[in-house]
Write a protein that binds this ligand. Sequence first.
Ligand SMILES: [Zn+2]
Length: 299
Amino acid sequence: MKNFILLFVLAFSVCWSSQAFAKVNVFACAPEWGALAEEIGGDNVSITVATAASQDVHFVRAKPSLLTAMRKADLVFCSGASLEQGWLPLLVRKAGDRDVQQESIGWLMASDYVEKLDVMANADRSQGHVHPEGNPHVHLDPRNIDIIAEMLAERLLLIDRENMAVYQSNLARFKEKWANLSQKWVGDTSSLKGKQVVVYHNAWSYLLNWLGMDVIATLEPKPGVPPTAAHLEAVLARVDNASVQAILVAPYEDGDAAQWLSDKTSIPVVQLPFTVGGDAKATNLEMLFEQTITKLKGA
Ligand SMILES: [Zn+2]
C-alpha cells in the first residue's frame, strides 16, 4: 500500500511532455528481467539487457555500450538488494539521467517487492560479498515473478499512459498463463520436497524455498569468495554420508570445485540455467522454469 501511494505521488510529480513515447526504453540488468519486460511490454518497449546468462551479474564492467543504453533508459529494471551495487550506481551517475534515479518512477528493483530470504542481522564485509538487505536472487520463485510482473506493469503504464490498456491486458494474459504453469509445476515437483543439495553460491535460495528443498552446504566459504581447499574438505566431511541430490552450479560459476566434490562423493553436478538463455532450451521465463525442474528431477 505504501508503495502504491508513493507511485501515485511520483506519477503526478513527473513532468509529462505532450508527445507520446515512441517506445519505452527498458534497461534490464539481467536476462530474466528482460524476458519479463518483453512479456508485459510487448511491442511498446525497447529492451537492453545488460548481462548475458554466461555472466555473473554481481560483477559487470560498466562498458560504453551500457552507458549509451542507460542514457536513453526510461526504466531501469534490476534485482536490487545490492546485487548490482558494484556497477549500476556508477553507470547511472555517469549517464546523469534525470528520470532513472533511485526513488523515481523509472527505477524498479524487483527485490523491493518480495519477501526476502537470508536477511542478515549483522552483515559486515568480513562475511564476504554479502547482501545485507537479504538475498537478491529473487527471480527463481514463480510467486515472486507474479508479484514483480504486476509492479512492472504499473510502472510501464505510468511512464506510457497512452498504452495503459495494452500493459493491462498483457499483464492479465501473463498472470493467467503463469497461474496455470505455477499450479502444474507444484504438481511436477512434489517428489523434490525435502531433498538436499549442495550449492556453489546462495543463488538458489528462492527456488529451493519454493520447492521445499534444503541446502546442506555452500562451496563458497563466504558469499563471493571462491572455494578453498580447506573449506571443500570441510564440506566433504559434512556431505559424505548425507543423501544429497545434487551439487548446483550456475552457467557462469567455476565448475572445478563442484566436480572435485562430485568425484569424491558421486553426487552429480547439475548446471541449472539460472536465467533465460542459461541453456539452449531456456528461451523464455516459462522454459527457464521447465528446464530447471527437468534438470533437478533428472539428478
Ligand atoms: Zn549473490
